[in-house]
Design a protein around this ligand. Sequence first.
Ligand code: PAF
Length: 281
Amino acid sequence: MKVITSIREIQSIAKQTKAASLSIGFVPTMGFLHEGHLTLLKKARQENDIVILSIFVNPLQFGPTEDFSTYPRDFGRDCALAECEKVDYLFHPSAAEMYPVDPSLKVVVQDRTDVLCGKSRPGHFDGVATVLTKLFNMVIPTRAYFGLKDAQQVAVVEGLISDFNFPIELVPVDIVREEDGLAKSSRNINLLPEERNQATVLYRSLNAARETIEKGEQNPKKIISLIKEIISSETNGQIDYVEILTYPELKPLVNLENTIIIALAVKFTKVRLIDNLILEI
Ligand code: PAF
């Protein structure tokens, strides 16, 4: 595995790879890799000739009061994990390399952002779409891999690829969970010990919702109330949102039909966790 820090070099590698008619699987991340990322890398390895992993904690997608400075980082450990997954190139640019001057342009996401995390993180998805536009232009991937834990991000990336005509296949990959059901996340490390136990309620509440729907409940409001009751009774965490929307359009619905997402976010002392279920009704 080769670590690349310069944009010029990753562009030249991508160009040569394309010229040799080899496919590129791209896994963009902010590092502190966990099993969710490793699943993306494994899939990218199976499906492509060359695998490029990027690690860049993108300042543009963090709000002024968010956890940019405390976002967990461990580049040495990430390198070892990436080696094990047979990554060919690890692209690890500095902020100065990515943003040498204040950007004169940014990508503004107009749809799919006034709900879920987009509602409480204004500008977050503009930051994500802007950095991904830059990374896609540098890496020119054949396929790009994203975890469905951040299902809203997957929906936004689908819009980005389609609206800007990137010749990239988006590969959404299922959520990877701990044995007790907690969705794997780099941020889980910032849970206090008692909160780590309580956090399992997120997935349990989603499963309770699924069971209620399977038994015939059709009213999204009732299901949202049920989830809120379960979470509030089992954790001190503050519910940020619980929403049920169409997927991937992320529009409100009156009755449960077609593909829906049940998504939630809960704030704990030092970390805010998200989780979701996507269901075919
Ligand atoms: O999901 C992430 O880790 C980030 O939002 C991404 C896609 C790497 C963009 O910075």
